[in-house]
Design a binder for this molecule. Structure first.
Ligand code: ADP
Ligand code: MG
Length: 702
């Protein structure tokens, strides 16, 4: 059979080489199959028209029908300019606002003409409006799928600029499905489809893009989500059983001088949870099997210390250890902390990051290979092929969600003989059952207790109009010698807009906190690494009192003197992210504050989120609530960045049940046929190998 699935997307009518390149770049779509698997993230009911009077800002995308009454370009300068279109129906009027292609649109849109307008209500200057809505002259071109449910596809600004409207996506989907008709191969074993009453693949793909009715759409979604989660589970469970049945783990039989010295000289007692986790790790290290453990613990729960103590066990047994962190800032921080904790001990520690000088590097490489360097701390510079160990026994990865699966695997190969034990640490609060399945090939340890004496961070929520009051408070804290974070949201859809947000914020802050009395540092994703490091350092060293940043600072950064976290447009952040950000303060002995600033009209859900933040400091509780709260239709911006897998349709926050089901079925399959050798399981093996190929590609891209 001709494999239409792998046909290059440029051969689809309406695409061509130029657009193909854009699709590849923006959405990683290069083949017919990729396009078909670009599932809608939402559906809208195109049979429903809202009356303008009914519009509230918490609505998702809506459709209205009315007439263009007036149009004007306001604001000066190419960046500030916008086109405001006054749009009216029998019940009222609303402004449609465009920031891009202003002149072009002004010429194109016709006054006194009827349009169907489609977009998401937002508030600006206290008024509800639609920003960059789609506008069509109404025609009665019948929609495919009689339910009137229309798919909405995730896209990017660049793609939209190049004419990839929602309508165009639908057109492409219709074409690609037509070309693929009768040529789509089932990807689950037939007996499973029958037993589990799943919708067959060809039908599911048709329904997911062009639903006939709500019921069929649900069935299609279930089928595709099940399949996606099932293969992930199958892959993970298989990997895990292979690992557990192999007896090639390095043995660390004893606890020695390094461990005991450090343990005894700690200025505090370990928490019960730290002790328990340490025991679990020791048991693994003495079991003869390779440890592959996930250490999960809320921000500030003391994971670093557990990591260090377990590293010392490896060192006591004559092995080398490496600790990898996602950023130079974090790696440097770990290095300093660990130097301090091991002061007076005869242990050789090195730091290797992107900015380590060549001469220093050469020295490090040498001492790694002759075994004299016992503990290497660094960034992904550690993964480079030139870094080789004499006897690497233990690998620790901090904030693991920043690393791909493949990167992890490369660390295993840094030494001859037995693979090292591996521990990955994360503060991303994920409910335990989810973590188990999400990192299904790992064993999980949880630090579920905070060191004593921590004061909870006081969290408060104000409208942005109270900013002046917040600034006075900040001045008071700075006067008392403290430091402040001010964070702006990062919207994946538009990096440029983020940056403008941040720039504007930075301007505001420097105006309110002028030099030389104050010093303000700024950190964001578009900076060169050395600039980022420079500004970050200003703040870490206490030379800058305020750090203005996008959420790049979300992980790990430890500046105990910082006591205030101001989060601008806090309604744009997910709960877990808010919690992570809040975790940057409250790390020292001083009382700390998290101030959430928001625009005016908040959705009910946003309100609940912010309320929960102000009453709870518990990451796991927040994660659970996050799962409950995130209703359908709010998928935008909830990128599951913590995943080692790319999920195209399933959402771990909402599809917990399907996930459990998929895991159960995967377990059942493996119980009957551990090596997947039966004929009916051929398709499973094929799909698994495709999946692992995709994962590898994915980790290379990210
Ligand atoms: P995280 O889990 O977020 O990585 P860290 O390891 O950075 O947390 O620890 C946060 C702070 O708590 C550090 O300053 C550390 O010294 C301190 N700490 C760790 N364990 C304890 C303990 N048992 N008692 C008191 N303080 C602790
Ligand atoms: Mg940490």
């Amino acid at each position: 059979m001709e494999c239409i699935w792998d046909t290059s997307i440029q051969f689809l009518q309406g695409v061509g080489p130029g657009r193909a390149k854009e699709l590849q770049k923006s959405l990683n779509i290069s083949t017919f199959g990729d396009l078909i698997r670009h599932y809608p993230f939402r559906y809208i009911d195109r049979t429903r028209f809202y009356a303008i009077r009914e519009i509230t800002p918490d609505l998702a995308n809506i459709q209205i029908r009315g007439t263009v009454k007036d149009m004007k370009i306001v604001g000066a300068g190419p960046r500030k300019q916008r086109l405001v279109v006054l749009f009216e129906d029998a019940t009222g009027s609303i402004e449609l606002v465009f920031f891009k292609g202003v002149q072009w649109l002004k010429n194109k849109i016709k006054l006194q003409t009827e349009y169907v307008v489609f977009g998401k209500p937002t508030t600006f200057n206290n008024r509800i409006n639609l920003v960059h809505p789609e506008m069509d002259i109404p025609d009665d071109e019948s929609l495919r799928g009689s339910a009137g449910l229309q798919a909405v596809y995730s896209s990017t600004e660049t793609l939209r600029d190049k004419g990839f409207t929602q309508k165009f996506f639908s057109l492409l989907m219709a074409r690609v499905l037509e070309r693929a008709e009768g040529r789509i191969q089932e990807t689950l074993p037939d007996y499973l489809i029958k037993q589990l009453k799943l919708m067959p693949l060809p039908m599911a793909l048709e329904e997911i893009h062009f639903p006939t009715n709500l019921q069929k759409l649900r069935a299609a979604q279930t089928r595709l989500k099940f399949e996606e989660l099932f293969y992930i589970q199958l892959g993970l469970l298989k990997q895990r059983s292979v690992r557990l049945s192999a007896h090639d783990g390095i043995l660390f039989p004893k606890v020695g001088v390094a461990f005991n010295n450090c343990y005894r000289s700690l200025p505090y007692e370990l928490t019960g949870a730290q002790k328990r986790v340490l025991k679990e790790i020791r048991a693994d290290m003495g079991s003869g099997r390779q440890m592959n453990r996930l250490l999960q613990g809320d921000v500030g729960s003391g994971k670093t210390l557990v990591a260090l103590l377990s590293a010392l066990i490896a060192i006591d047994n004559g092995y080398q250890v490496c600790l990898m962190a996602p950023t130079e800032i974090l790696a440097g921080q770990h290095y300093q902390t660990i130097l301090r904790l091991l002061e007076g001990q005869d242990i050789q520690i090195g730091l290797l990051t992107g900015s380590t000088k060549q001469s220093e590097r050469t020295k490090l490489h040498k001492s790694l290979q002759d075994g004299s360097l016992q503990l290497l701390i660094g960034t992904h510079a550690l993964i480079e092929d030139t870094v080789l160990f004499k006897s690497l026994g233990f690998v620790i990865i901090d904030e693991q969600h920043r690393f791909g699966v493949e990167q992890r695997a490369r660390l295993w190969k840094k030494t001859k003989g037995h693979p090292p034990h591996v521990m990955v640490m994360t503060a991303t609060p994920i409910p335990r059952t989810l973590a188990m399945t999400l990192y299904g090939d790992l064993d999980v340890s949880v630090i579920d207790e905070m060191p004593p004496g921590r004061q909870p961070v006081q969290t408060e929520h104000y409208p942005a109009s109270h900013r002046g009051k917040v600034y006075s408070f900040i001045r008071k804290e700075i006067k008392a010698g403290r430091q402040i974070y001010v964070v702006y949201p990062l919207i994946r859809e538009s990096e440029k807009l983020d940056y403008e947000n941040l720039e504007e914020g930075y301007r505001q802050i420097t105006e309110a906190f002028p030099a030389p009395l104050y010093s303000v540092a700024v950190v964001h994703g578009q900076q060169k690494p050395e600039d980022k490091a420079y500004d970050m350092n200003l703040f870490v060293k206490g030379h800058a009192q305020i750090l203005v940043a996008t959420s790049v600072i979300e992980v790990g950064v430890d500046v105990p003197n910082a006591t205030v976290m101001v989060i601008e447009s806090a309604e744009r952040f997910g709960l877990s992210q808010l919690h992570q950000l809040r975790g940057r303060v409250g790390r020292g002995g001083e009382k700390s504050y998290c101030i959430l600033l928001t625009g005016h009209a908040l959705s009910k859900e946003a309100r609940e989120r912010l309320h929960l933040m102000s009453i709870s400091n518990d990451g796991f509780e927040i994660a659970e609530a996050d799962m409950r709260l995130r209703g359908p239709g709010d998928l935008e911006g909830t990128a599951q960045s913590g995943l080692a897998f790319e999920l195209r349709i399933a959402d771990l926050a909402r599809d917990g049940q399907i996930l459990e089901w998929a895991r159960m079925e995967a377990q059942r399959v493996l119980k009957e046929d551990a090596l997947l050798e039966k004929k009916m399981h051929v398709v499973l093996v094929q799909q698994l190998s495709l999946l692992s190929k995709r994962q590898a590609d994915y980790s290379r891209i990210s």
